[in-house]
Design a protein around this ligand. Sequence first.
Ligand SMILES: Nc1ncnc2c1ncn2[C@@H]1O[C@H](COP(=O)(O)OP(=O)(O)OP(=O)(O)O)[C@@H](O)[C@H]1O
Ligand SMILES: [Mn+2]
Length: 270
Amino acid sequence: MANMAALFGEILSDVDTVVLFSPSGSYYERFAEEEDLDVLVVGTENAVGADAFVELPLEFENIAQRVHFGLEGAMEAGYIDDGDVLLCATNVFEGSIDTVSRVRAEASDTSGVYDLFSSSRADPAVIKDVLELAVELGKKGQKGKPVGALFVVGDAGKVMNKSRPLSYNPFEKSHVHVGDPIVNVMLKEFSRLDGAFVISDSGKIVSAYRYLEPSAEGVDIPKGLGARHMAAGAITRDTNATAIVLSESDGLVRAFKNGELLLEIDPEDY
Ligand SMILES: Nc1ncnc2c1ncn2[C@@H]1O[C@H](COP(=O)(O)OP(=O)(O)OP(=O)(O)O)[C@@H](O)[C@H]1O
Ligand SMILES: [Mn+2]
């Protein structure tokens, strides 16, 4: 048997931090016991009670995105620095950790996606729920047909002031929150509605059918995107809201904050 440690040694040498993605308790313990090793845990929850932990808002199926998001959060939290060499251990196939990637942390690579969750005015769990809602809607569509949707999350009072109703508001007297199971049942209904959904910091659906009228001056969104995306970008520059858009035409989910596109994901990858 060839000496694997010698053959793969380069990948494992001169590492600053080991990053474990969703490790089991016993797996984590083995690393935590090593005194001269910096260990960071990344996952949707801190199941192993690690001191250094970065929360993933979603279980990213795409490994590169999972690693990227984790490292962006780790950089933001100060666990790693620009130029650090990291060993990222994660699972690609079913079950436990099966893959190790050697990655160099690049501050210039950070897209601000972690910011979307950590410093949005709305509760991060609400952003996550809405993002999941948009992804699910993007996967399912409406009877197999692609649908579009626009969710404006946070700073709802100001958003309401910068918009007008296209029709009566079905949520006027209701107390529906984005995390409620009923919201998933309502998904299909949602997708028929025109205009935007306005959601409060705490996740209450304040209104449907809102036509956004922010000032679009100076908003710089990628060419080729239409009125829905322009309105989404612009409302986040005019207010402290975060906008999450499912495009009917290309099927992608995009998130905007401070007038900028922060995240672009393909629902099929989740
Ligand atoms: N200012 C606005 N406020 C709320 N909703 C809007 C606004 N402008 C457009 N929309 C909604 O977006 C829908 C699609 O518009 P349009 O095709 O111009 O947008 P788009 O950015 O190309 O989005 P898509 O990729 O989904 O086609 C409209 O039918 C309308 O429901
Ligand atoms: Mn369009």
